[in-house]
Design a protein around this ligand. Structure first.
Ligand code: ZN
Length: 486
């Protein structure tokens, strides 16, 4: 068994992350603490649970989440650590996304805008210069000019402003009292901050010249010169080049972003998964579909990894851990369904997509029980429930959205030829393989291996190709929706 000491590096990294000025980094730290807490639960390591819970409480407060459930969990291990529970927190228990602010003197942000080379913020009352702190953080590729202001309350948890001359401005509630304004630029400049009455004005980089953009445009040329092959020829040969272009047309403003997908063919090795019609095995069908999907996504410019390329056994925990290590944007676990009873072999058919959720409908429970079989028995019920109740709401919502796009596109694709494929819809369930994924994660049941027609289809290369194209379309459609909603 490991102790907290062995997780020192990860705990420290999470701590750094939750004290970062960037909201997305804080989220990352929060998720890291969650997975460390789960690790603590799974390994029975109390010291790790305590450290992770303390971090989760801090992170929740920075993110404006309700820390009550973490405090309660900490209370059960070390009641002495959770004495100073404040009154206002119980009042705000109902929603997970309440901003924990109370107090009277706090100023409100009324308005924020970029105008005439300045970021101008207007507050509900006069500001005090003493309450403004400035500092600079240097990153690998950018510089963060940070302005902390107290005591202020935001009407939102974070606002991002894009514009010319700077990379991004972020205004966020840093802790219950402090707001943090970050001006992120690619090149250094000297920002001036001035306070007049209820207004804070921060100067932005001058727009006169933008040498950074020009430099970037020149960079690929150099690379081409070095290459001995004719660049045109290389581009024409590679199907990836044309498809990547198609993808970037679909994704405005994100052409430079390369998404990473981890595909997880279910089961493998000693765990054959469901056995179906004519003794066909789930593990073989799903591996074949996963390989096709990999090719399809690569053609479209994605980075793709499989959790297994061969018929080998991989514990469930390791599958999402692999995806987390690869910093994947998506985790797609591929499975085939099976009717529980012989008399339903001809009745049960169709495609369905699951996302992880503690909800327990009878059907989801049954499917999850089958898919979890390989190891769920090693985990006691209390731990299972504890872990499922820890799931991050935002991740569940994103996984749900991904599941909707995948299901819709898969159906549309296979029905081009197989009109009778049944749409079993999007469902939620407690799938152990999805626990711990730090990205939107779904589990697809590509059909019933116990149904004679479907079993034949899911082993049929053409059907597999349509499935793979549908899943790839679903991922692109999710990205498209997401990009547009920002
Ligand atoms: Zn399965």
């Amino acid at each position: 068994m490991l102790s907290a000491a062995d997780h020192t590096d990860r705990l420290e990294a999470a701590k750094r992350a939750i004290h970062s000025p960037s909201k997305s980094t804080i989220w990352k730290g929060y998720h890291d603490y969650q997975s460390l807490y789960m690790k603590g639960l799974l390994e029975g390591d109390e010291a790790l649970q305590i450290e992770a819970l303390k971090g989760l409480i801090d992170a929740s407060e920075s993110l404006g989440l309700d820390p009550t459930r973490y405090k309660n969990a900490l209370k059960t291990i070390r009641p002495d650590l959770v004495k100073k529970a404040k009154k206002h927190e119980t009042k705000e228990k109902k929603g997970a996304y309440v901003t924990p602010v109370s107090g009277k003197k706090r100023l409100k942000l009324k308005d924020s805008r970029v105008t005439g080379g300045y970021l101008v913020l207007r507050f509900s009352a006069a500001l005090d210069r003493k309450n403004l702190r400035k500092f600079v953080l240097k990153r690998k590729k950018s510089i963060l000019y940070v302005f902390d202001l107290t005591p202020v309350r935001l009407p939102y948890s974070i606002k991002r402003i894009k514009g010319k001359g700077f990379k991004e401005i972020r205004i966020a509630q840093y802790d219950p009292k402090k707001i943090r304004i970050v001006v992120e630029t690619l090149k250094p400049y000297t920002p001036k901050a001035s306070i007049t009455g209820d207004r804070l004005k921060i100067s932005l980089p001058s727009l006169r010249k933008a040498p950074a953009a020009r430099k970037r445009a020149e960079a690929p040329k150099k690379r081409k010169d070095v290459s001995k092959k004719s660049p045109q020829k290389a581009a024409a040969k590679s199907p990836a080049a044309t498809k990547t272009k198609a993808l970037s047309n679909v994704l405005p403003g994100s052409a430079l972003r390369r998404y990473t997908v981890v595909i997880d063919p279910g089961h493998g090795g000693k765990d054959g998964g469901a056995v179906g019609y004519q003794k066909r095995r789930e593990k073989d069908a799903v591996l074949a579909v996963a390989k096709r999907l990999k090719k399809e996504l690569q053609k479209r410019g994605f980075n793709v990894y499989l959790t297994r390329e061969k018929d080998i056994f991989i514990p469930l925990k390791k599958r999402t851990r692999f995806a987390n290590r690869k910093q994947a944007d998506f985790f797609v676990s591929i499975h085939a369904n099976a009717a529980a009873k012989r008399r339903n072999y001809l009745k049960n058919k169709g495609i369905e997509t699951y996302f992880l959720s503690p909800a327990k409908t009878g059907r989801a429970k049954r499917v999850a029980a089958i898919e979890n079989r390989a190891e769920i028995k090693n985990i006691d019920r209390y731990t299972k429930d504890a872990v499922l109740s820890m799931l991050n709401r935002e991740k569940i919502i994103e996984s749900n959205k991904l599941a909707i796009d995948l299901q819709r596109q898969m159906l549309a694709s296979v029905r081009k030829k197989y009109k009778d494929v049944v749409d079993n819809g999007v469902r939620k369930g407690p799938f152990w393989v999805l626990v711990g994924a730090q990205m939107p994660a779904v589990l697809i049941e590509i059909g019933y291996i116990t149904h004679p027609t479907e079993a034949r289809r899911i082993f049929n290369p053409y059907y597999q190709k349509l499935l793979a194209e549908g899943i790839a379309n679903g991922i692109e459609s999710y990205i498209y929706h997401k990009t547009r909603s920002y």
